[in-house]
Design a protein. Structure first.
Length: 390
């Protein structure tokens, strides 16, 4: 074939291949940022879907510039989540696109009575939602939390994602756990997993992500406050960084009206169970390194001063760890995964322990040890600000 004829044939082939026979226009889809799921009083599932609004930042109306909301809520309902989602086009005029969803909010009332594994089944089965989406438990009902206006981010879905990620990373007040990791933990021997807890802030129209909700066998079993959450993260090896507060030591006694703080730089821990016959014991060791955050009454001028300061932190953390452990034992709630550790080390032994595990867990003897090391007093000297050195 001559070169000109060959080139013409290739051009004709490419012309036939070109086309938009399977295209989907952008205006056919609404891009989901968040979804909230509740159970209505009539028994139907309420799905509130938060969409990104692609409109311009400002909307010219009558010569005035008015801000346009970047989030739009569409509420639908049905006997199943799939049915409720399929009704979204009748209200929005677009098909929901789930690839960019940030968070899934589950109402607290729903999580106490329904199996959240069944509620979340659609989001793990459908091909669009990602396994990295973050589920949360919302105080009472989830839907109203999508009406909260974001502070910094463009949509409240993105705002909640940032609050969860950075709250877990910097303050240890909550946990961040993706959807698939949550499913894996629920399948484990202890059958428990945690989800961040979303609740109302100081103002009625503000929200805060702090504390964790413990899910056992698919249902909400307990909600931990911030102090128990910090201890929980230490026990499970998920504590990244945070601040430890403890009472001042004045003349060798705790000063309950004043507290000092210690910034955690690194925290390493081990939780090792031992089984001897029918007796189970667990050894917990926590090693903390950090810097002085605030001083009010302590003077860190000598090695003995620093040692007393470190012991005060040790005692404070140990008390909190024991308090949280006793809470779990009282509720027969293996939230720290002792069953999983025993199963990995002794799978045959676990089969014998499993039938009565809740009762066995409540009788475990925990041995807790905490060691703190002060790396520095930060940029100031080892005395409270403005205090003359002794």
């Amino acid at each position: 074939m001559k070169p000109p004829v060959s080139a013409l044939a290739v051009a004709l082939v490419f012309t036939l291949l070109a086309g938009c026979w399977d295209n989907s226009e952008l205006d056919e889809y609404g891009y989901v940022q968040a979804v909230a799921i509740d159970r209505r009083t009539d028994g139907l599932i309420q799905v509130t879907t938060h969409f990104y609004n692609p409109a311009n930042k400002n909307n010219q109306v009558g010569g005035n510039t008015e801000p346009v909301q970047k989030g739009i809520n569409i509420a639908t309902s049905g006997e199943t989540i799939m049915e409720a989602i399929r009704d979204i086009p009748t209200a929005l005029g677009r098909k929901a696109k789930w690839d960019h969803m940030r968070v899934i909010l589950l109402g607290e009332e729903l999580a106490r009575t329904e199996n959240v594994r069944e509620v979340l089944d659609f989001f793990s089965r459908d091909h669009e939602p990602r396994g990295t989406v973050l589920p949360l438990i919302a105080e009472q009902a989830a839907g109203p939390f999508l009406d909260v206006r974001p502070f910094v981010e463009q949509t409240i879905g993105q705002q909640y994602k940032k609050m969860e990620n950075n709250g877990a990373r910097y303050s240890a007040d909550s946990s961040d756990i993706p959807l698939y990791d949550f499913a894996i933990k629920l399948k484990g021997p202890s059958k428990t997993a945690e989800l961040p807890y979303l609740h109302r802030g100081v103002a009625p129209q503000e929200a805060t992500v702090s504390g964790v909700a413990i899910i056992r066998n698919g249902k909400l079993a307990d909600i931990l406050d911030e102090s128990d959450t910090e201890a929980f993260l230490m026990l499970t090896g998920r504590y990244t960084s945070g601040v430890i507060e403890f009472p001042c030591l004045e003349n060798g006694k705790e000063h309950t009206n004043a507290k000092e703080s210690f910034e955690v730089v690194t925290l390493n821990g081990s939780t090792v169970p031992t089984v001897a016959g029918d007796k189970i014991s667990v050894r917990v060791k926590i090693r903390i390194e950090g810097t002085v955050g605030e001083l009010r009454c302590s003077h860190l001028k000598t090695k003995d001063d620093v040692a007393r300061f470190e012991r005060m932190i040790d005692d404070t953390v140990e008390r909190q760890l024991r308090q949280t452990i006793e809470r779990f034992k009282r509720n027969e709630l293996d939230a720290i995964g002792i069953a999983s550790r025993i199963y990995r080390m002794h799978p045959k032994l676990w089969k014998r322990l499993e039938p009565e595990w809740k009762q066995r867990f409540a009788q475990i003897d925990f041995q807790v040890g905490v060691t703190t090391r002060v790396l520095s007093t930060s940029m100031n000297v080892g005395t409270p600000f403005g205090t003359k050195e002794k």
